[in-house]
Design a binder for this molecule. Structure first.
Ligand SMILES: O=C(O)CC[C@@H](O)C(=O)O
Ligand SMILES: [Zn+2]
Length: 473
């Protein structure tokens, strides 16, 4: 195993390894120039400097296997790389790793209509999969703002969630099978797309959420769904956070929701200033809810209107608007979906935390008290998939602090935030993964005994510890 590098000079690989990598994937697919190293050596996380040794672009599973075998032979670590949209530094190569980019592995291999299943390479971009499904009259429901860049392999690495989880679940629910190259260099075909297969341990599920620490997912069997029809979007202005959960319950009692999101006034202000999108209605409100449902039948739309009126009568909603066509729905969605990209300019400190819906009101009250005490002068963007109990708490960097000063201050507050997460049996990372940014806090969600089981599992798949070391634990 190569020692972690302290300096940011590019580590020098044995020339023989470079030649053998070139033989494995083709000379033109082995990149050593500093631009490529810098770009493919990182994801969207702003905390770490990339410092890989080399970036390789294999075209298929056998080429990935050859690279993994070389990494074992030479004792050099690998960082798998997808669309690089991660927010926890799971795909950052900071210590001289070989970056294995799946960019060229972006083909649809097979489509089995009777199974409503598509077999794809793991470098397929989420949006490409969504479009493919649409062309077949079907639907791939896992969706989020970075769908235009994120790759399926990366989504599997973090078990990505997004905006439709309340109805369709996380990436895990849509993976029927996969071909993976383990850290040892073996090729495993896991579950082969079957719905029913009661033959013991389902290793596919170990790979989902493993952040590339057990192997490299190369091919995936993805389940598709019927297309939703006439999606309607409602944006509601809410006077206080407690009302958000009353609204959730009121709508869920009468409708099947496909999304239930919330955000605060600061978040909407930033998006409006950045994009020029108009406010959904005149009143500025402390919080907003965005919810979505299939409005194919008039009776369902009537139910939604009645529930909206009920929420107004209860004082849970101040104002609201319902989309009347697809373009209005898309504009309303941007109020929520553009938040993350908009606030990226403010170098935010990100929390992606979750608890059971039951605990959300008390949890938010506790987090609010911490934020008020420790960040009295900071701008805070509250938003997230609150219908899943998932809060994205983003603290914006004040202009007078450097990035390092700011992150140091936030780290002090982490202890309090994560103790609160632990108090409610919640997760320190709901959907962004652990990577490097959250690994010091893993013990707030997983106890030491469980983490020891994780370490032992890693040894089975990756005895030499070459797969994405330093991530998760
Ligand atoms: O930037 C964030 O904190 C969240 C990003 C993404 O998960 C979202 O829900 O928009
Ligand atoms: Zn999210």
């Amino acid at each position: 195993m190569n020692a972690p590098q302290n300096s940011l000079t590019t580590p020098v690989l044995p020339p023989e390894l470079i030649t053998r990598l070139q033989q494995a994937v083709g000379e033109a697919r082995v990149h050593l120039d500093s631009d490529t190293l810098k770009t493919w050596g990182k994801d969207w996380t702003k905390h770490f400097e990339p410092n890989p040794s080399v970036v390789v672009f294999p075209a298929n599973t056998l080429e990935v296997q050859a690279v993994v075998k070389l990494a074992n032979e030479f004792g050099i670590a690998i960082t798998p790389s997808g669309g690089r949209t991660g927010l926890s530094a799971g795909a950052v190569a900071a210590n001289g790793e070989i970056v294995v980019s799946l960019d060229r592995m972006n083909k649809v291999i097979d489509f089995l209509p009777a199974d409503r299943m598509v077999r794809i390479q793991a470098g397929v971009v989420t949006e490409q999969l969504q479009q493919f499904a649409e062309e077949q009259g079907l639907y791939y429901p896992v969706d989020f703002a970075s769908a235009g860049s994120s790759q399926i392999g990366g989504n599997i690495g973090t078990n990505a969630g997004g905006i439709k989880v309340i109805k369709y679940g996380m990436t895990r629910q849509w993976v029927l099978g996969m071909t993976v190259v383990t850290g040892k260099g073996d090729i495993l075909r896991l579950n082969k797309g079957m719905i029913k297969n009661a033959t013991g341990y389902d290793l596919r599920h170990l790979m989902i959420g493993a952040e590339g620490t057990l192997g490299i997912v190369c091919e995936v069997d993805i389940k598709l769904e019927r297309q939703p029809q006439d999606l309607r979007v409602l944006v509601l202005g809410v006077p206080e956070f407690a009302a958000v959960m009353h609204i959730l319950q009121a709508f869920q009692n009468r409708l099947d929701l496909t999304a239930f999101e919330f955000f605060n006034e600061l978040a909407i202000q930033k998006v409006i200033a950045h994009t020029g999108i108009p406010r959904p209605f005149e009143s500025a409100c402390p919080f907003y809810v965005l919810l979505e449902f299939e409005g194919k039948f008039e009776a369902v739309v009537d139910d939604a209107m009645q529930t909206f009126e009920h929420c107004m009568e209860q004082g849970w909603v101040i104002d609201g608007v319902m989309s009347q066509n697809q373009s209005q729905a898309a504009t309303l969605w941007r109020l929520r979906e553009d938040i993350s990209e908009t606030i990226a300019a403010f170098t935010p400190y990100k929390n992606d935390i979750s608890v059971l819906i039951t605990h959300v009101p008390a949890f938010i009250a506790d987090i609010d008290a911490i934020v008020t005490e420790f960040y009295p002068d900071f701008e805070i963007c509250w938003f997230g998939h609150i219908g899943d109990g998932n809060l994205h708490l983003n603290i914006l960097k004040p202009a007078n602090l450097t990035k390092d000063e700011f992150f140091e201050k936030c780290k002090v507050v982490n202890k309090h935030v994560f103790e609160t997460v632990q108090k409610y049996d919640g997760s320190i990372s709901a959907e962004h993964g652990v990577g490097m940014t959250k690994k010091d806090y893993l013990h707030y969600t997983r106890d030491e005994v469980e983490i020891e089981y994780l370490r032992e599992i890693k040894k089975v798949f990756d005895p030499k510890g070459i797969m994405n070391p330093g991530k998760i634990f």
